[in-house]
Design a protein around this ligand. Structure first.
Ligand code: MG
Length: 264
């Protein structure tokens, strides 16, 4: 069952989304060579709580971190810890925030210093595929239009869609219906309606699509060891078209590190 949100509820989700976006941009600014992913996790949790919100991932099915921090061939669900970022790494950062009982969920992949050409192209393509998918989030379109937009862009650029992981509806629960594959046929699937809120999250590799689980039973890696990228927005479908509720791409959110309270 897909839970539709009222305009007032979407405003509340947008408040959660603003905190989420500022957290991602705080992490983007802090992700430098020599920084441990566990340091990023601490900074994120401190910032989220300073905003009167909670990290949605912490304790979710026993996950120990407030963020997922997944370097290089790790796709998603990396447990933050002692791993120190190196120049040339790419790092996928996924953050969920709960504010006022509403969840906002988004992710970015960031370069650590200067990175190689494949890494740069993979990040640019994956981000562009998210933008193309968001553009399809309009009443009357179908879920397959969203999925296909991701697939078309990623495959046109010669990269692979991870097929075993999907996006999802989001609201009071982090994972609501529908599931949103990153591949599909246009004109098929659930018809999109005003008030639906979707977490759209292309997950890609520079190689082939199969994945493998890490030894901690959380981390997911590309099976062939190729680089992976992940970009995500929480998007509301409104009469006026798509409304991004996690504006990590906007200047307003990029200013977050300047207002960070009490962080190291
Ligand atoms: Mg998600």
């Amino acid at each position: 069952m897909i839970v539709r949100k009222t305009p007032a509820e979407i405003e509340q989700m947008a408040a959660a989304g603003r905190i989420q976006a500022r957290t991602l941009n705080l992490l983007r600014a802090k992700a430098r060579p020599g920084v441990a992913t566990g340091d990023l996790d601490e900074a994120a949790e401190r910032f989220i709580r300073s905003q009167g919100a909670e990290p949605a991932f912490k304790g979710f099915r026993g996950f120990p971190g407030s963020i997922c921090a997944s370097p290089n061939s790790m796709v998603v669900h990396g447990i933050p810890g002692p791993y120190e970022l190196k120049r040339g790494d790419i790092l996928s950062l996924d953050v969920g925030v709960i504010h006022g009982g509403w969840v906002a969920d988004a992710a970015i992949t960031v370069p650590i210093g200067s990175v190689g050409p494949v890494a740069s192209r993979l990040m640019a393509t994956t981000r562009a595929s998210l933008d193309a998918a968001v553009e399809q989030c309009r009443p009357g379109n179908r879920l397959g239009d969203v999925s296909h937009a991701v697939q078309a862009r990623v495959e046109a650029d010669g990269f692979s869609i991870i097929r075993a992981l999907v996006g999802h509806g989001v609201g009071r629960d982090m994972h609501e219906d529908p599931q949103i594959p990153n591949y599909g046929e246009p004109g098929t699937g659930v018809r999109l309606e005003e008030g639906m809120v979707l977490a759209i999250e292309p997950m890609t590799t520079a190689g082939t699509h199969p994945i493998r689980m890490g030894g901690d039973n959380w981390a997911v890696y590309s099976q062939d060891g190729s680089l992976a990228a992940h970009f995500e927005h929480t998007v509301a479908i409104t009469a006026e078209g798509p409304r991004i509720l996690t504006p990590w791409h906007l200047e307003e959110a990029r200013r977050a590190p300047a207002v960070e309270a009490g962080a190291a």
